[in-house]
Design a protein around this ligand. Structure first.
Ligand SMILES: [Zn+2]
Length: 449
């Protein structure tokens, strides 16, 4: 069973991610092997044959040889958990060969991914009593996956470890938790997740918690409750990044007011370009420079293209209507008909538009990338899988971005945020003990209508 809330990355209204047809890496033009242009990037990466004829693509590859491309969000651990042939079996879901999803080792190499936040996502619609177990299981899947490929992936807990992994030619592998619902209202649980390696927490997924409002439901708390503010402060004390993707603007506002460290949006785009609740409004973008954080632009078509977003919403409504049909055969036929309708595509150029908008409003020091590969069913034209990042950087190079600006986008901004969070944690741990605050849902609900 998949999450049922509207407008989410993994919607019940969409086919599973694994059905996306992806050209096998061995057949992909990106997978033609050649010598790496810069030996300091570690092992040779498969290069694009169009490289020789494309100076912008050459620049992109050169940038990504110098600076790790840090992507904010990839749902591969969930794909592995849901793998039909062998659920949760990291050996069976073989990343050395072409997978059916968006991510495998050859394509990570081709895309020159230097560091990846692997999402340890848990759906928000599971029974409350299962949440901590599910979160631990997802952390376990991700850590087993990383351990499975010691020559290719390296667990990274700090910015220094990201850079060391990159220098050794491995993909620095960070863990990001998606949805404060798995805390089960406990700061001890938060601390345990941090101890297990989790380095960001998205305060909500597509459900409210007892202490924070998400983006896609009518407001319940009008942002963060007092306990929600304490969650942010304790994350600051631990050195866990506060991730504001998926939360409501009021929650973004409260978190920006309370947080003592830079925040991130691990996978959100610009609301001024695609008006969806999952994107970041300009008034929030304008507040990011004083916080020091970074908005990692996501590729999910419904958040990139207004037409794709509108079409997805229309399809969601049509499916909900179809689900009411009493006759099972008629219902199945109608659902099949709806699913067969072609959807508008988003494009790489539109993703570049979001990146440029965030740069224009928040500044070049506050933009990054968070693709959401393996977490979306449709993909933009030109950004079909993790092998395509150099093409996005090449597009921006053609639009006039300097190498220094591309380096900031690729990874320097996120590494700066990670280091700032580590320094804040060191300071706060010397200043105050672990928080013993508790959440009492009834009093947290004071604003509920
Ligand atoms: Zn998400």
């Amino acid at each position: 069973m998949r999450p049922a809330a509207p407008a989410l990355e993994r919607s019940a209204a969409e086919p599973p991610a694994a059905t996306v047809p992806v050209v096998a890496a061995s057949q992909s033009p990106d997978a033609v092997m050649a010598a790496a242009p810069a030996p300091d990037a570690g092992r040779a990466a498969p290069l694009d044959p169009s490289l020789a004829a494309d100076p912008a693509l050459q620049r992109a590859h050169a940038v990504l040889a110098r600076v790790p491309l840090v992507d904010g969000h990839n749902d591969l651990p969930w794909t592995i958990r849901e793998y039909k042939e062998a659920p949760g079996d990291v050996a069976a879901y073989d990343l050395r060969a072409a997978t059916k999803g968006h991510t495998d080792l050859p394509r990570l190499r081709a895309g020159r991914v230097g560091a990846q936040f692997w999402s340890v996502y848990v759906p928000g619609d599971r029974p409350a009593g299962d949440m901590v177990r599910l979160q631990l299981e997802q952390i376990d899947v991700a850590r087993r996956m990383i351990a499975q490929y010691p020559d290719d992936l390296a667990l990274a807990l700090t910015a220094d470890e990201v850079e060391a992994a990159f220098k050794s030619g491995r993909v620095a592998s960070l863990l990001g938790a998606e949805g404060g619902h798995t805390l089960a209202n406990s700061l001890a649980t938060l601390r345990a997740y941090h101890a297990l390696g989790v380095r960001y927490l998205t305060l909500t997924h597509n459900v409210h918690t007892d202490w924070a409002d998400c983006a896609v439901l009518p407001p319940r708390h009008d942002g963060l409750t007092a306990f929600g503010e304490e969650v942010v402060r304790e994350m600051n004390r631990l050195g866990m990044l506060v991730d504001l993707s998926h939360v409501s603007p009021a929650t973004m506002d409260d978190a920006l007011r309370v947080s003592e460290a830079p925040v991130i949006f691990s996978h959100s785009s610009a609301r001024a370009i695609a008006d969806t609740a999952r994107n970041v409004p300009d008034d929030i973008l304008r507040r990011i420079p004083s916080n020091g954080g970074v908005v990692m632009v996501t590729f999910l078509p419904a958040y990139v293209s207004q037409a794709a977003g509108d079409a997805r919403e229309a399809r969601r409504k049509a499916r909900a209507e179809a689900a009411k049909l009493a006759d099972p055969a008629a219902r199945a036929a109608r659902l099949a008909e709806i699913d067969a309708q072609p959807q508008p595509r988003a494009t790489l150029a539109q993703v570049a538009d979001h990146v440029e908008h965030v740069r224009r409003v928040a500044g070049v020091d506050h933009v990054g990338l968070g693709g959401d590969f393996d977490g979306m069913s449709a993909v933009p034209v030109g950004l079909e899988d993790v092998s395509k990042y150099p093409h996005l950087l090449a597009e921006l190079a053609r639009r006039g971005w300097t190498d220094e600006e591309l380096e900031k986008l690729a990874g320097r901004n996120l590494l700066r945020v990670l280091r700032a969070a580590e320094a804040t944690a060191q300071r706060l741990q010397a200043a105050r003990p672990p928080s013993l605050a508790t959440c009492t849902p009834a009093s947290e609900d004071k604003r509920e209508p």
